[in-house]
Design a protein around this ligand. Sequence first.
Ligand SMILES: Nc1ncnc2c1ncn2[C@@H]1O[C@H](COP(=O)(O)OP(=O)(O)O)[C@@H](O)[C@H]1O
Ligand SMILES: [Mg+2]
Length: 342
Amino acid sequence: MSNKAVISIKDLKKHFPVKNVWGTDIALVKALDGVDLKIESGKTFGIVGESGCGKTTLMRTLLRLVEPTSGSVVLSEELTRGQFSCNNLEDLTSDELRRFRRQIGVVFQDPMGALNPRMLIKDIVSEPLVIHGKTDNTRERVIELLKNVGLGEEHRYRYPHEFSGGQRQRIVIARALALEPKILVLDEPTSALDVSVQAQILNLLNDLQRKYDLTYIFISHDLSVIEYMCDRLAVMYLGKVVEEADTEELFSNPQHPYTKALLSATPNFEKDKEKIMILGDVPSPITYLDESEVKLATEMTDQERLEIKAIEGKGIDYIVRSSLNEVFPLKKIANEHYARVK
Ligand SMILES: Nc1ncnc2c1ncn2[C@@H]1O[C@H](COP(=O)(O)OP(=O)(O)O)[C@@H](O)[C@H]1O
Ligand SMILES: [Mg+2]
C-alpha cells in the first residue's frame, strides 16, 4: 500500500468474554482477531463479509466506542495536523479523542433506528454542531447540509416518519457531514433500501466524496455494491481479513475460497466460472478456554454431509464451511494483493 494512509490499523483484536452463570469466563468471542489495514486518503475502502464476521466491531473499535483487546490504530498527519500529543489512537487524551471523532462521520445501517422519531429534522441535523459547541450560523448550516444531500429547507420542520427510507438515509448522511469530517464510515448504508433507491444514495455518496475529498470506509455484505463503490477492499471471515486487494484485481483474480464463493454468489458477476456454494452453518467465532470443549475446526458436520448429498451431481462446486476455518498467513499474490492461502 502507498504511504498516503490516513489511518493504519495494526494487529487489532477485540475478544469479548463469554461467562457462565457464575460469572466465570468460559470462552472468548474473537470478533476481531488480528486485523491489519491501511486506509488510503480520498479513496473508498470496502470491508465485506457475512453477518457476524466482525465488520461492525471493527468500526466501533476504530471510533473507540469499544476498547480493543490489543493492537493499535495510527493516525496520519492529515488527521492529527500536529495538534495532538501523538498519533497513536490509544494514547490520545480524552479531549484529543473527542477532536479525532469529529473528523469521522458515521452512517449506521438502519436509517430509522438512527433517527430520533421525536426530533425535528433541523434538530437532528444540527445535533452534532450543538454537542461540539459550533452553534453560530446553525440555521444556514442546516439548510446547506440538507441541500447537499438533495433535500430542501422546507424539510426542516418535519419528523423522520414523514420521509421515505431513501430520504431518511439522506438525513443521516447530512448529519454525518455536519462537523466537516475527513472520513465517513458507512456501515451497510444501503442494505435497508430498494435497489433503485440504493443507486441514488450510492451516487449521492460518490458526488459528496468528490466535492469534499472524503475518505470512505464502506462496510457491506453486498459485493455488487462494493464493486461499484470501492477502490480497494478487504474480505473478512471470522474476525480476520482473508483477502485484500484493489477492487478490479480482487474481482478478476480471487484467491481465497471464501472470496471465490462470495463472488460466485453475486448475480451480476459475469464470468464463465464455476458456481460455488458454501455448505454448512456459519461457524461461531467462539473459542472455549477449556480445550476439551473444542471441536476440531475442520471436521465435517452432519449438516454439511447432508448438504453435499443434496447437491451432488448438480454441477455445482462447493466449499465445506468447516474447511474455511483453517487459517494460513497472508501471502502476497500480486502487487498489493494478499490472501490467506496455502
Ligand atoms: N458486545 C458484544 N459482546 C459479545 N459479543 C459481541 C459483542 N458485539 C459483537 N459481538 C460478537 O462479535 C461477532 C462480530 O459481530 P459484528 O462485529 O457485529 O459482526 P458484523 O457487523 O460483521 O455482522 C459476533 O459473533 C457477535 O455476536
Ligand atoms: Mg454489522
